[in-house]
Ligand binder design. Structure first.
Ligand code: MN
Length: 232
């Protein structure tokens, strides 16, 4: 009896984990076809093009493998410095399935993050990915916060060549502590990791969350909330 319950628990745990990650590929590749017209080819193509607009799949439908080219797995430009001229002083250049259609179903992507002196990549989460980051120029103060009830801050200063991990779903940030620019490269365990910037989500939603609700939530007055909302 006890072992049955244990097995059931293991099954539920395994099932839950698999639901929360990108699915495993069942073929060599499934290059994204945003138009959904790659389901078939030849004479039926136009019929299926119209039909496929009715279907919704997790990710994108596959381009005809016979039409796949090297460029479907290719991106150029991660050597280009991102424009950090903005209030937070950082810029993320994503390389996800949007930039590389061949990433569809492969559960991986990457970003370049540029920082001006004292620039911040503000607290955010990736709903679908763990992130592994390395500093290739400068140094960064990085950290993440564990979930309730402890909310422990796990943070560290990274130098060039150091690597740090931000577990999936947890709030995390980076800050350039130096007087020179900094650059980081990160891998993410999803073709489409997603980003929730905490400030944008809480204070910049459309339509806004009522300011009296936020005032009570953050234990400040509504005017303070209005001020913060005006920044987003
Ligand atoms: Mn991140």
């Amino acid at each position: 009896m006890a072992s049955n319950i244990l097995l059931l628990g293991l099954f539920i745990a395994t099932f839950t984990v698999s639901l929360a990650s990108d699915p495993s590929p069942l073929q060599d590749f499934c290059v994204a076809n945003p138009k959904g017209s790659g389901l078939v080819h030849n004479g039926l193509a136009s019929l299926f093009l119209s039909l496929s607009s009715l279907f919704r799949v997790n990710g994108f439908t596959c381009k005809d493998p016979k039409l796949v080219q090297a460029d479907d797995f290719f991106f150029s430009g991660l050597n280009v410095t991102g424009n950090t001229f903005n209030p937070v002083g950082s810029k993320v250049t994503p390389v996800t399935v949007t930039q590389i259609p061949g990433l569809n179903t492969l559960g991986i992507s990457m970003v370049r993050i540029d920082f001006s002196p004292s620039g911040v990549n503000p607290p955010h989460t990736h709903p679908r990915a763990t992130e592994i980051l390395t500093v290739i120029e400068g140094s960064l103060e990085v950290g993440f916060v564990t979930s309730n009830p402890n909310n422990s801050l796990i943070s560290k200063v990274l130098e060039k060549g150091d690597v740090f991990v931000f577990p999936q779903g947890l709030v995390h940030f980076q800050r350039n502590t130096a007087n020179a620019s900094a650059v980081a490269i990160a891998g993410l365990s999803s073709q489409n990791p997603g980003v929730n910037n905490i400030g944008n989500a809480v204070f910049g939603s459309n339509p806004p969350i009522p300011d009296d609700l936020l005032a009570k939530s953050f234990q400040v007055d509504a005017k303070t909330v209005d001020l913060i909302q005006s920044k987003f």
